[in-house]
Write a protein of this length. Structure first.
Length: 494
Protein backbone atom coordinates (compact mmCIF):
# COMPACT_ATOMS: atom_id res chain seq x y z
CA UNK A 1 0.00 0.00 0.00
CA UNK A 2 1.28 3.44 -0.88
CA UNK A 3 1.27 6.14 1.78
CA UNK A 4 -1.31 8.82 1.07
CA UNK A 5 -0.95 12.42 2.21
CA UNK A 6 -3.90 14.75 2.65
CA UNK A 7 -4.51 18.17 4.15
CA UNK A 8 -5.40 16.77 7.58
CA UNK A 9 -1.81 16.32 8.62
CA UNK A 10 -0.70 13.20 6.60
CA UNK A 11 -2.89 10.92 8.72
CA UNK A 12 -2.92 8.07 6.20
CA UNK A 13 0.87 7.71 6.16
CA UNK A 14 0.93 7.75 9.96
CA UNK A 15 -1.70 5.04 10.23
CA UNK A 16 0.27 2.76 7.91
CA UNK A 17 3.34 3.20 10.06
CA UNK A 18 1.36 2.59 13.23
CA UNK A 19 -0.38 -0.53 12.04
CA UNK A 20 2.93 -2.03 10.88
CA UNK A 21 4.45 -1.81 14.35
CA UNK A 22 5.07 -5.33 15.64
CA UNK A 23 6.66 -4.48 18.99
CA UNK A 24 4.30 -5.95 21.64
CA UNK A 25 5.65 -3.57 24.30
CA UNK A 26 4.01 -0.59 22.57
CA UNK A 27 0.38 -0.29 23.71
CA UNK A 28 -2.06 0.20 20.88
CA UNK A 29 -3.78 2.86 22.97
CA UNK A 30 -0.64 5.02 22.88
CA UNK A 31 -0.49 4.79 19.08
CA UNK A 32 -4.18 5.66 18.80
CA UNK A 33 -3.58 8.61 21.11
CA UNK A 34 -0.84 9.94 18.85
CA UNK A 35 -3.09 9.42 15.84
CA UNK A 36 -5.83 11.50 17.48
CA UNK A 37 -3.46 14.36 18.24
CA UNK A 38 -1.93 14.36 14.78
CA UNK A 39 -5.25 14.79 12.95
CA UNK A 40 -5.83 17.69 12.58
CA UNK A 41 -2.24 18.95 12.98
CA UNK A 42 -3.29 22.10 14.87
CA UNK A 43 -3.50 20.98 18.50
CA UNK A 44 -6.36 22.77 20.24
CA UNK A 45 -6.96 22.78 23.98
CA UNK A 46 -10.19 20.79 23.53
CA UNK A 47 -8.51 18.15 21.37
CA UNK A 48 -5.61 17.82 23.79
CA UNK A 49 -7.80 17.44 26.88
CA UNK A 50 -10.15 14.94 25.22
CA UNK A 51 -7.25 12.87 23.95
CA UNK A 52 -5.50 12.80 27.31
CA UNK A 53 -8.74 11.77 29.00
CA UNK A 54 -9.19 8.91 26.52
CA UNK A 55 -5.51 7.90 26.50
CA UNK A 56 -4.00 8.78 29.88
CA UNK A 57 -0.99 6.61 29.00
CA UNK A 58 0.29 9.51 26.90
CA UNK A 59 1.18 11.38 30.09
CA UNK A 60 2.50 8.35 32.02
CA UNK A 61 4.21 6.65 29.09
CA UNK A 62 7.76 5.53 29.89
CA UNK A 63 10.58 6.87 27.72
CA UNK A 64 11.28 3.48 26.11
CA UNK A 65 7.63 3.02 25.16
CA UNK A 66 7.53 6.52 23.71
CA UNK A 67 10.62 5.73 21.64
CA UNK A 68 9.08 2.52 20.36
CA UNK A 69 5.89 4.32 19.43
CA UNK A 70 7.82 6.92 17.43
CA UNK A 71 9.91 4.21 15.79
CA UNK A 72 6.70 2.73 14.41
CA UNK A 73 5.72 5.99 12.73
CA UNK A 74 7.17 6.60 9.29
CA UNK A 75 5.58 9.88 8.13
CA UNK A 76 6.49 12.24 5.36
CA UNK A 77 8.36 15.46 6.15
CA UNK A 78 5.23 17.51 6.90
CA UNK A 79 3.79 14.84 9.18
CA UNK A 80 7.19 14.35 10.86
CA UNK A 81 7.06 18.00 11.90
CA UNK A 82 3.60 17.39 13.39
CA UNK A 83 4.94 14.38 15.31
CA UNK A 84 7.73 16.44 16.81
CA UNK A 85 5.30 19.19 17.80
CA UNK A 86 3.06 16.69 19.57
CA UNK A 87 5.97 15.05 21.38
CA UNK A 88 7.23 18.45 22.53
CA UNK A 89 3.76 19.40 23.71
CA UNK A 90 3.30 16.16 25.65
CA UNK A 91 6.67 16.58 27.35
CA UNK A 92 5.56 20.08 28.37
CA UNK A 93 2.28 18.63 29.69
CA UNK A 94 4.21 16.21 31.91
CA UNK A 95 6.46 18.98 33.15
CA UNK A 96 4.08 21.95 33.46
CA UNK A 97 0.56 20.60 33.36
CA UNK A 98 -1.86 20.82 30.44
CA UNK A 99 -2.90 24.47 30.81
CA UNK A 100 0.60 25.94 31.07
CA UNK A 101 1.84 23.62 28.33
CA UNK A 102 -0.81 24.99 26.00
CA UNK A 103 0.25 28.56 26.79
CA UNK A 104 3.88 27.69 26.08
CA UNK A 105 2.83 26.01 22.83
CA UNK A 106 0.82 29.08 21.75
CA UNK A 107 3.75 31.37 22.50
CA UNK A 108 6.12 29.27 20.42
CA UNK A 109 3.71 29.33 17.48
CA UNK A 110 3.20 33.09 17.95
CA UNK A 111 6.93 33.74 18.04
CA UNK A 112 7.50 31.83 14.80
CA UNK A 113 4.64 33.72 13.14
CA UNK A 114 6.06 37.03 14.37
CA UNK A 115 9.49 36.30 12.91
CA UNK A 116 8.00 35.35 9.55
CA UNK A 117 5.79 38.46 9.47
CA UNK A 118 8.60 40.81 10.45
CA UNK A 119 11.05 39.41 7.91
CA UNK A 120 8.51 39.36 5.08
CA UNK A 121 7.34 42.94 5.63
CA UNK A 122 10.81 44.37 6.17
CA UNK A 123 12.26 42.63 3.09
CA UNK A 124 9.56 44.15 0.91
CA UNK A 125 10.14 47.61 2.41
CA UNK A 126 13.91 47.31 1.89
CA UNK A 127 13.45 46.44 -1.80
CA UNK A 128 11.23 49.50 -2.32
CA UNK A 129 13.71 51.73 -0.48
CA UNK A 130 16.63 50.53 -2.57
CA UNK A 131 14.71 51.00 -5.81
CA UNK A 132 14.09 54.68 -4.96
CA UNK A 133 17.73 55.48 -4.24
CA UNK A 134 19.82 57.13 -6.94
CA UNK A 135 22.88 55.22 -8.08
CA UNK A 136 26.18 56.93 -7.12
CA UNK A 137 28.25 58.29 -9.98
CA UNK A 138 31.75 59.63 -10.43
CA UNK A 139 35.04 58.69 -8.78
CA UNK A 140 35.08 57.98 -5.06
CA UNK A 141 36.86 60.60 -3.04
CA UNK A 142 39.22 59.65 -0.21
CA UNK A 143 38.01 60.39 3.31
CA UNK A 144 40.21 61.12 6.32
CA UNK A 145 38.47 58.64 8.63
CA UNK A 146 38.74 55.41 6.56
CA UNK A 147 41.73 53.27 5.68
CA UNK A 148 42.56 53.31 1.97
CA UNK A 149 40.19 52.80 -0.93
CA UNK A 150 36.80 51.12 -0.42
CA UNK A 151 36.76 47.34 -0.59
CA UNK A 152 35.08 46.15 -3.82
CA UNK A 153 32.42 44.27 -1.83
CA UNK A 154 30.97 43.91 1.64
CA UNK A 155 32.10 40.29 1.59
CA UNK A 156 35.77 41.30 1.22
CA UNK A 157 35.43 44.06 3.82
CA UNK A 158 33.96 41.59 6.29
CA UNK A 159 36.76 39.07 5.65
CA UNK A 160 39.39 41.77 6.26
CA UNK A 161 37.68 42.88 9.45
CA UNK A 162 37.44 39.35 10.83
CA UNK A 163 41.07 38.59 9.98
CA UNK A 164 42.48 41.84 11.34
CA UNK A 165 40.13 42.23 14.35
CA UNK A 166 38.87 38.72 15.20
CA UNK A 167 35.77 37.94 17.24
CA UNK A 168 37.20 36.62 20.49
CA UNK A 169 36.62 37.01 24.21
CA UNK A 170 39.25 38.25 26.64
CA UNK A 171 39.37 38.94 30.35
CA UNK A 172 40.27 42.47 31.29
CA UNK A 173 39.81 44.99 34.08
CA UNK A 174 36.84 47.26 33.29
CA UNK A 175 35.14 50.19 34.95
CA UNK A 176 31.86 49.45 36.73
CA UNK A 177 28.63 50.70 35.16
CA UNK A 178 27.30 51.84 38.52
CA UNK A 179 29.46 54.29 40.45
CA UNK A 180 28.81 55.76 43.88
CA UNK A 181 30.95 58.86 44.34
CA UNK A 182 33.73 57.22 42.39
CA UNK A 183 34.29 54.60 45.11
CA UNK A 184 33.50 51.51 43.03
CA UNK A 185 36.75 49.88 41.96
CA UNK A 186 37.35 48.38 38.51
CA UNK A 187 36.93 44.61 38.26
CA UNK A 188 37.79 41.73 35.94
CA UNK A 189 35.21 40.74 33.34
CA UNK A 190 35.05 38.68 30.14
CA UNK A 191 34.43 41.02 27.21
CA UNK A 192 34.90 40.95 23.43
CA UNK A 193 38.38 42.00 22.36
CA UNK A 194 36.72 44.20 19.72
CA UNK A 195 33.25 45.59 19.15
CA UNK A 196 31.94 46.50 15.70
CA UNK A 197 29.63 48.97 14.01
CA UNK A 198 28.03 49.00 10.56
CA UNK A 199 26.66 52.05 8.74
CA UNK A 200 24.54 52.05 5.58
CA UNK A 201 26.37 54.99 4.07
CA UNK A 202 29.76 56.73 4.04
CA UNK A 203 28.71 59.55 6.34
CA UNK A 204 31.29 62.27 7.05
CA UNK A 205 30.59 62.13 10.80
CA UNK A 206 29.22 59.67 13.35
CA UNK A 207 27.58 61.72 16.08
CA UNK A 208 25.42 60.51 18.94
CA UNK A 209 21.66 60.45 18.41
CA UNK A 210 21.27 63.28 20.94
CA UNK A 211 23.72 65.53 19.08
CA UNK A 212 21.94 64.77 15.80
CA UNK A 213 18.47 65.64 17.07
CA UNK A 214 19.67 68.85 18.73
CA UNK A 215 21.32 69.93 15.46
CA UNK A 216 18.29 69.05 13.30
CA UNK A 217 16.88 72.39 12.12
CA UNK A 218 13.67 70.70 10.95
CA UNK A 219 12.64 70.13 14.59
CA UNK A 220 11.46 73.05 16.69
CA UNK A 221 13.12 73.94 19.97
CA UNK A 222 9.89 73.10 21.82
CA UNK A 223 9.81 69.63 20.26
CA UNK A 224 13.48 69.00 21.06
CA UNK A 225 12.83 69.95 24.68
CA UNK A 226 9.89 67.51 24.87
CA UNK A 227 11.95 64.72 23.32
CA UNK A 228 14.79 65.27 25.78
CA UNK A 229 12.40 65.54 28.75
CA UNK A 230 10.80 62.24 27.76
CA UNK A 231 14.22 60.58 27.61
CA UNK A 232 15.14 61.92 31.05
CA UNK A 233 11.84 60.71 32.51
CA UNK A 234 12.35 57.23 31.04
CA UNK A 235 15.88 57.02 32.42
CA UNK A 236 14.58 58.07 35.85
CA UNK A 237 11.79 55.48 35.81
CA UNK A 238 14.04 52.64 34.61
CA UNK A 239 16.45 53.49 37.40
CA UNK A 240 13.78 53.82 40.11
CA UNK A 241 11.53 50.92 39.08
CA UNK A 242 14.11 48.33 38.06
CA UNK A 243 17.29 49.42 39.78
CA UNK A 244 19.10 50.05 36.50
CA UNK A 245 22.15 52.26 37.01
CA UNK A 246 21.89 55.50 34.99
CA UNK A 247 24.50 54.44 32.40
CA UNK A 248 22.75 51.11 31.84
CA UNK A 249 19.28 52.73 31.68
CA UNK A 250 20.56 55.24 29.14
CA UNK A 251 22.19 52.44 27.16
CA UNK A 252 18.88 50.62 26.81
CA UNK A 253 17.11 53.83 25.79
CA UNK A 254 19.73 54.37 23.08
CA UNK A 255 19.29 50.82 21.86
CA UNK A 256 15.51 51.17 21.55
CA UNK A 257 15.60 54.52 19.75
CA UNK A 258 15.53 57.40 22.24
CA UNK A 259 18.17 60.12 21.74
CA UNK A 260 21.17 59.82 24.06
CA UNK A 261 24.88 60.61 23.97
CA UNK A 262 25.64 56.89 23.43
CA UNK A 263 26.68 54.94 20.32
CA UNK A 264 25.37 51.48 19.36
CA UNK A 265 27.99 48.77 18.78
CA UNK A 266 27.91 44.96 18.73
CA UNK A 267 30.12 41.99 19.56
CA UNK A 268 29.14 40.34 16.24
CA UNK A 269 30.64 41.18 12.85
CA UNK A 270 27.58 39.66 11.16
CA UNK A 271 25.24 41.98 13.08
CA UNK A 272 27.40 44.94 12.01
CA UNK A 273 27.17 43.74 8.40
CA UNK A 274 23.39 43.47 8.70
CA UNK A 275 23.19 47.14 9.73
CA UNK A 276 25.77 48.24 7.18
CA UNK A 277 24.27 46.24 4.31
CA UNK A 278 20.95 48.08 3.95
CA UNK A 279 22.12 49.50 0.61
CA UNK A 280 21.46 49.32 -3.11
CA UNK A 281 24.00 47.88 -5.53
CA UNK A 282 26.85 50.35 -6.05
CA UNK A 283 26.22 52.31 -2.85
CA UNK A 284 28.98 52.82 -0.29
CA UNK A 285 28.75 51.60 3.32
CA UNK A 286 31.17 51.45 6.22
CA UNK A 287 32.23 49.00 8.92
CA UNK A 288 34.49 49.59 11.87
CA UNK A 289 36.19 47.70 14.69
CA UNK A 290 36.98 49.24 18.07
CA UNK A 291 39.36 48.00 20.73
CA UNK A 292 37.40 47.45 23.96
CA UNK A 293 40.58 47.97 25.98
CA UNK A 294 41.13 51.42 24.48
CA UNK A 295 37.42 52.25 24.70
CA UNK A 296 37.31 51.40 28.39
CA UNK A 297 40.34 53.59 29.05
CA UNK A 298 38.92 56.64 27.28
CA UNK A 299 35.14 56.15 27.18
CA UNK A 300 32.68 53.74 28.83
CA UNK A 301 31.58 50.37 27.47
CA UNK A 302 28.11 49.18 28.58
CA UNK A 303 26.96 45.58 28.02
CA UNK A 304 23.21 45.27 27.21
CA UNK A 305 23.08 41.49 26.71
CA UNK A 306 22.18 40.21 30.16
CA UNK A 307 18.88 41.81 31.16
CA UNK A 308 16.17 39.10 31.47
CA UNK A 309 13.38 41.07 29.72
CA UNK A 310 15.44 42.71 26.95
CA UNK A 311 15.40 40.21 24.08
CA UNK A 312 16.44 42.44 21.20
CA UNK A 313 19.83 43.44 22.69
CA UNK A 314 20.61 39.73 23.13
CA UNK A 315 19.82 39.05 19.47
CA UNK A 316 22.09 41.91 18.43
CA UNK A 317 24.83 41.09 20.99
CA UNK A 318 24.49 44.76 21.78
CA UNK A 319 26.75 47.14 23.65
CA UNK A 320 26.81 50.91 23.78
CA UNK A 321 29.79 53.18 24.25
CA UNK A 322 29.50 56.57 25.88
CA UNK A 323 31.72 59.40 27.02
CA UNK A 324 30.33 61.12 30.12
CA UNK A 325 33.01 63.79 29.77
CA UNK A 326 31.84 64.57 26.19
CA UNK A 327 35.38 64.68 24.83
CA UNK A 328 34.72 62.12 22.07
CA UNK A 329 31.50 63.18 20.36
CA UNK A 330 32.32 62.08 16.79
CA UNK A 331 33.56 58.54 16.12
CA UNK A 332 35.13 59.76 12.86
CA UNK A 333 37.09 62.59 14.44
CA UNK A 334 40.83 61.90 13.89
CA UNK A 335 41.67 62.44 17.58
CA UNK A 336 38.88 60.06 18.68
CA UNK A 337 39.96 57.45 16.11
CA UNK A 338 43.54 57.54 17.39
CA UNK A 339 42.76 57.75 21.10
CA UNK A 340 40.02 55.11 21.20
CA UNK A 341 41.50 52.62 18.73
CA UNK A 342 38.81 52.83 16.03
CA UNK A 343 39.40 51.34 12.57
CA UNK A 344 37.00 52.32 9.76
CA UNK A 345 36.75 50.74 6.30
CA UNK A 346 34.41 51.44 3.38
CA UNK A 347 32.93 48.95 0.91
CA UNK A 348 30.89 48.94 -2.31
CA UNK A 349 27.65 46.95 -2.21
CA UNK A 350 27.39 44.26 -4.92
CA UNK A 351 24.64 41.96 -6.23
CA UNK A 352 26.22 39.01 -4.41
CA UNK A 353 26.33 41.04 -1.20
CA UNK A 354 22.58 41.65 -1.43
CA UNK A 355 21.99 37.90 -1.25
CA UNK A 356 24.63 37.14 1.38
CA UNK A 357 24.09 40.11 3.72
CA UNK A 358 20.43 41.00 3.58
CA UNK A 359 19.56 42.92 6.78
CA UNK A 360 17.85 40.61 9.24
CA UNK A 361 14.64 42.37 10.38
CA UNK A 362 14.33 40.05 13.39
CA UNK A 363 17.40 41.75 14.85
CA UNK A 364 15.37 44.99 14.97
CA UNK A 365 11.98 43.64 16.02
CA UNK A 366 10.93 45.03 19.39
CA UNK A 367 7.34 43.80 19.28
CA UNK A 368 8.34 40.64 21.16
CA UNK A 369 10.58 42.47 23.64
CA UNK A 370 9.30 43.14 27.16
CA UNK A 371 11.72 45.99 27.78
CA UNK A 372 10.42 47.75 24.65
CA UNK A 373 6.87 47.15 25.86
CA UNK A 374 7.71 48.71 29.22
CA UNK A 375 9.19 51.82 27.56
CA UNK A 376 6.04 52.29 25.45
CA UNK A 377 3.82 51.86 28.52
CA UNK A 378 5.85 54.37 30.51
CA UNK A 379 5.53 56.99 27.76
CA UNK A 380 1.77 56.34 27.77
CA UNK A 381 1.72 57.37 31.45
CA UNK A 382 3.46 60.73 30.84
CA UNK A 383 1.77 64.02 30.02
CA UNK A 384 1.15 64.62 26.34
CA UNK A 385 3.84 66.44 24.36
CA UNK A 386 4.26 68.58 21.25
CA UNK A 387 2.91 66.87 18.14
CA UNK A 388 6.24 67.01 16.26
CA UNK A 389 7.97 65.46 19.27
CA UNK A 390 5.33 62.72 19.49
CA UNK A 391 5.67 61.98 15.78
CA UNK A 392 9.48 61.89 16.07
CA UNK A 393 9.44 59.42 18.99
CA UNK A 394 6.72 57.26 17.45
CA UNK A 395 8.73 57.08 14.24
CA UNK A 396 11.83 55.81 16.03
CA UNK A 397 10.44 53.54 18.75
CA UNK A 398 9.16 50.38 17.19
CA UNK A 399 5.68 49.66 18.61
CA UNK A 400 5.63 46.95 21.26
CA UNK A 401 2.00 46.27 22.26
CA UNK A 402 1.80 43.89 25.22
CA UNK A 403 -1.13 42.42 27.17
CA UNK A 404 -1.74 40.33 30.28
CA UNK A 405 -2.86 36.69 30.14
CA UNK A 406 -4.13 34.63 33.05
CA UNK A 407 -2.22 31.57 34.24
CA UNK A 408 -3.58 28.27 35.48
CA UNK A 409 -2.39 27.95 39.08
CA UNK A 410 -2.76 30.84 41.53
CA UNK A 411 0.52 31.67 43.22
CA UNK A 412 -0.87 34.64 45.15
CA UNK A 413 -3.86 34.40 47.45
CA UNK A 414 -4.60 38.09 46.92
CA UNK A 415 -5.07 38.07 43.19
CA UNK A 416 -5.12 36.23 39.87
CA UNK A 417 -1.72 35.04 38.56
CA UNK A 418 -0.86 36.83 35.34
CA UNK A 419 1.89 36.88 32.76
CA UNK A 420 2.87 39.72 30.45
CA UNK A 421 3.14 38.72 26.79
CA UNK A 422 3.35 40.36 23.39
CA UNK A 423 0.20 40.77 21.34
CA UNK A 424 1.42 38.16 18.85
CA UNK A 425 1.88 35.60 21.63
CA UNK A 426 -1.68 36.29 22.80
CA UNK A 427 -3.05 35.87 19.27
CA UNK A 428 -3.95 39.55 18.78
CA UNK A 429 -3.48 40.91 15.21
CA UNK A 430 -0.71 43.48 15.02
CA UNK A 431 -0.02 46.12 12.39
CA UNK A 432 3.07 48.26 12.82
CA UNK A 433 1.80 51.25 10.80
CA UNK A 434 -1.45 51.43 12.76
CA UNK A 435 0.41 51.02 16.06
CA UNK A 436 2.83 53.84 15.25
CA UNK A 437 -0.12 56.09 14.39
CA UNK A 438 -1.79 55.13 17.68
CA UNK A 439 1.36 55.99 19.65
CA UNK A 440 1.77 59.35 17.95
CA UNK A 441 -1.86 60.31 18.64
CA UNK A 442 -1.80 59.04 22.23
CA UNK A 443 1.40 60.95 23.07
CA UNK A 444 0.54 64.19 21.20
CA UNK A 445 -1.26 67.20 22.65
CA UNK A 446 -2.87 67.67 19.26
CA UNK A 447 -5.23 64.73 19.89
CA UNK A 448 -7.57 64.24 22.87
CA UNK A 449 -6.45 61.34 25.00
CA UNK A 450 -9.16 58.71 25.62
CA UNK A 451 -10.49 58.28 29.12
CA UNK A 452 -8.26 55.88 31.02
CA UNK A 453 -9.89 52.55 31.57
CA UNK A 454 -10.25 51.18 35.07
CA UNK A 455 -8.51 47.96 35.96
CA UNK A 456 -10.76 44.92 35.46
CA UNK A 457 -12.05 43.15 38.58
CA UNK A 458 -9.83 40.15 37.75
CA UNK A 459 -6.76 42.11 38.82
CA UNK A 460 -8.19 42.98 42.20
CA UNK A 461 -10.32 39.95 43.08
CA UNK A 462 -9.49 36.73 44.86
CA UNK A 463 -9.08 33.66 42.62
CA UNK A 464 -11.53 31.90 44.96
CA UNK A 465 -14.25 34.34 43.83
CA UNK A 466 -13.58 34.19 40.09
CA UNK A 467 -12.11 31.52 37.87
CA UNK A 468 -10.80 32.98 34.62
CA UNK A 469 -9.73 30.23 32.24
CA UNK A 470 -5.97 30.00 31.58
CA UNK A 471 -4.91 32.13 28.66
CA UNK A 472 -7.63 34.75 29.08
CA UNK A 473 -6.37 38.00 27.55
CA UNK A 474 -6.70 41.13 29.67
CA UNK A 475 -6.03 44.06 27.37
CA UNK A 476 -4.90 46.40 30.12
CA UNK A 477 -1.48 47.90 29.55
CA UNK A 478 -1.20 50.87 31.86
CA UNK A 479 1.27 52.04 34.42
CA UNK A 480 -1.27 51.40 37.17
CA UNK A 481 -1.82 47.88 35.90
CA UNK A 482 1.89 47.12 36.02
CA UNK A 483 2.13 48.57 39.51
CA UNK A 484 -0.81 46.46 40.72
CA UNK A 485 0.79 43.15 39.73
CA UNK A 486 4.28 44.12 40.85
CA UNK A 487 5.99 44.55 37.46
CA UNK A 488 6.62 48.23 38.16
CA UNK A 489 7.22 50.07 41.40
CA UNK A 490 5.02 53.10 42.09
CA UNK A 491 6.90 56.42 41.89
CA UNK A 492 8.25 57.74 45.17
CA UNK A 493 6.34 60.71 46.53
CA UNK A 494 8.43 63.82 47.17
Amino acid sequence: MENETDNTGSTSSLQVGMSSSSDPTVPDRILHGYSALLSPPAVTSTLLRETLQAYPELLSDAADALGCALAGIQPGEEARHNVLQVVTLLEACRRLGVDNALLEHARAVGSAATQLRVRTQASAQAEKRRARRPRPSGALQPVPWAQGEPFPSLRECRAWLEHRFPQETVTMVVKPVETRDGKDAPFEQSVPRYVYRGESGAFPTTLSSLDRVVADTRISVASIEDIVRTTIALRRDLHAAHGLPPLLAEGFLQHYGMPTRDFDVTASIDVACSFGGDLAVGEIGALCAMSTDRLDQNMRLVDLRDHPTAERPKRQQAFVITDPEREHRDLKNPDTITTCGIHWARFVMTELDLEAFRPDPWLLDAHSDRAAGLIQTLIDSYEQIDDDAAEWIAGRLQPAPFVFITLSKPDDAEGVPLDWVSADEAGIPYDEIDSRARNREYWSRRFPRPVQRQLPPELLSSPQEIAPSPGTVLQVMSRRGLEEIGLLKPPERT
